[in-house]
Every structure is written in C-alpha cells, then in structure tokens.
Design a protein around this ligand. Structure first.
Ligand code: SF4
Ligand code: SF4
Length: 79
C-alpha cells in the first residue's frame, strides 16, 4: 500500500491536501520542472487509502495503491 506522486504533473494547487481528512499530504518546499511547489507525503501512517486525493486531483498526479496485487497463481490456489 502506498501513495505515489508524479511530481512533474503536480501544479501545487493543494486540492488533494484539502480533500484528505487525515493530514497525510502537504505542499512542500520542493519545486518541479515547471516551478510549482509540489505535494509531498507528511504522515503516510495516517493514510486510510480512501483515494479521495486521487479522485480529486485534476491533473492525475496522485496514485493510491490500496491493495497488493494478487499474482495469477495465487488466485488459482484460492479457488
Ligand atoms: S491535487 Fe494534484 S495537482 Fe493539485 S497539489 Fe494535489 S497532486 Fe498536485
Ligand atoms: S488516500 Fe485518503 S487518507 Fe490517504 S492521502 Fe489520499 S485522501 Fe488522504
């Protein structure tokens, strides 16, 4: 489980920060190639993997991986 940030796509609008109710994200000091201060992860341990940040980013700059992908072989075993 993880939150991935594609910094080159982020424009530092802060929408994801506002939608996250758990203070996981913040706008940091680092700038991307376009000169925008990009979002960064402040407290990943507080993340609930609700994907609200991902759904509300207008630039598709965030990606939340909530579950480990099951390998096809493992899936077959579970049947
Ligand atoms: S909503 Fe998207 S573009 Fe805006 S700060 Fe968050 S990641 Fe960056
Ligand atoms: S998945 Fe939910 S809790 Fe985690 S950073 Fe995004 S909005 Fe916050």
């Amino acid at each position: 489980m993880a939150v991935y940030i594609e910094e080159r796509l982020c424009k530092g609008c802060g929408l994801c920060v506002r939608f996250c109710k758990h203070d996981v994200l913040r706008i940091g000091d680092r700038r991307n190639v376009k000169g925008y201060n990009v979002v960064e992860i402040a407290q990943l341990d507080r993340c609930k993997y609700c994907k609200l940040c991902e759904m509300n980013c207008p630039d598709f700059a965030l990606y939340v991986e909530a579950e480990k992908k099951t390998k096809p072989k493992e899936k077959q075993k579970a049947k």
